[in-house]
Design a protein around this ligand. Structure first.
Ligand SMILES: Cc1ncc(COP(=O)(O)O)c(C=O)c1O
Length: 375
């Protein structure tokens, strides 16, 4: 039995003719940089998200960096964000010379706790950057309301949540700017690095387009300082091919996520009573009723993660920990903020564990995983 943590092979087999055709077309026309597939993908993704503009970029990290540059964030500015995320979220803030101000997370969703944001707003705050972690949008209405009161832009780090919904609207189109990643294992992945920025604001869109291409407003006219941040034509072609079954994949992800939760359900009460006897308790990340999650990861909170890990290891079931150390406890970041002011993040970093998740994961494999996990 081989269960893959992310099954890109089965997806490739299902889409092989489309992917090969798309690659061949690029090889034939030879426009590897800013070829026609770039604009085609941007058009399809604006239609998908409902956002007015999509600007493809070299990665999810680059999407965040370019967004901060487009907003004119400067050294000394403060950006409010979560420490319970992939490093890129805070990395780009520090790269620009700004300061990440970390707010703790909700203990059940692991997303930023919106009710704790406003107390961190100062005269130096220049943006709020929530992360839609594990594929579920953060509480964007509450975050946008705070932002409006203080006249701040909101950048949703939607690297893990492309395709998810919040109150019927698509992630990436829930605030001033939405940034996603097409890293291969993401819900919509390419075969290398890629990402995209979404916005309804014409001037932000224009700035992002120029910054991704060395700040050019026309060929060799450098209106602002930019970066080499374009997404390759070939990677855009791969994403275009993958869009062919993306709606089906999102449905599958939601079904598979819900099936994990259903399969685990009978074990939750017994694990609670096991806790009373000193045993281990596991429970899944909660999905809010006004959200869908695309389950970039299917994540459990385990009171005794080590014993859960041992069981899975013995059964050769792959797993991952997202993320083992909150960013405000990492060596590169701890002196820039308070390392001990986010207790939920500190605790959950020791308790989260993600199970295999792909649109092609079979029911049989899921049953096997849950059986091994719960016996
Ligand atoms: C929350 C989050 N933000 C940003 C990124 C960065 O994306 P990329 O790897 O495409 O640069 C990732 C990717 O892992 C992520 O999970």
């Amino acid at each position: 039995m081989t269960i893959r943590f992310v099954d890109l092979k089965t997806q490739y087999r299902a889409l092989k003719p489309q992917i090969q055709d798309r690659i061949n077309r690029v090889l034939e026309h030879g426009q590897y940089i800013m070829g026609p597939e770039v604009a085609e993908l941007e058009e399809k993704l604006t239609a998908y998200t409902g956002a007015k503009h999509c600007i493809t970029v070299a990665s999810g990290t680059e999407a965040l960096l370019i967004s901060l540059m487009a907003l004119g964030i400067k050294p000394g500015d403060e950006i409010i964000t979560t420490p319970f995320t992939f490093v890129a979220t805070a990395e780009v803030i520090v790269l620009i010379g700004a300061k990440p101000v970390f707010v703790d997370i909700e203990p059940d969703t692991c997303n930023i706790n919106a009710s704790k944001i406003e107390e961190k707003v100062t005269s130096k705050t220049k943006a709020i950057m929530p992360v839609s972690l594990y594929g579920q949008p953060a509480d964007m209405d509450a975050i946008n309301a705070i932002a409006t009161r203080h006249n701040l832009p909101v950048i949703e780090d939607a690297a893990q949540s492309f395709g998810a919904q919040y109150k019927g609207n698509k992630s990436c189109n829930l605030s001033t700017i939405g940034c996603t990643s097409f890293f291969p294992s993401k819900p919509l992945g390419c075969y290398g690095d890629g990402g995209a920025i979404f916005t309804n604001d014409d001037s932000i869109a224009q700035a992002c387009r120029e910054i991704r291409d060395h700040g050019q407003s026309a060929r060799y006219v450098h209106t602002r300082v930019g970066v080499g941040g374009r997404m390759d034509t070939l990677q855009c072609a791969i994403v275009l091919a993958k869009l062919d079954r993306f709606d089906w994949e999102i449905e599958q992800r939601i079904k598979i996520g819900q099936r994990y939760t259903e399969l685990l359900q009978p074990f939750l009460p017994s694990s609670a009573s096991r806790a009373a006897e000193g045993g281990a308790v596991i429970h899944p990340i909660v999905i809010r009723p006004d959200c869908t999650s695309v389950y970039a990861q299917y994540t459990l909170i385990c009171s005794d993660r080590e014993s859960t890990q041992t069981k899975l290891k013995q059964a050769e079931i792959p797993m991952a920990i997202h993320y083992p150390v909150p960013l405000n406890e990492q060596v590169a970041y701890q002196h820039r903020c308070c390392p001990d002011c986010t207790p939920n993040s500190s605790r959950l970093a020791k308790q989260v564990l993600s199970l295999p998740m792909s649109p092609d994961l079979s029911t049989k494999d899921q049953e096997t995983i849950v059986r091994l996990l719960t016996n």
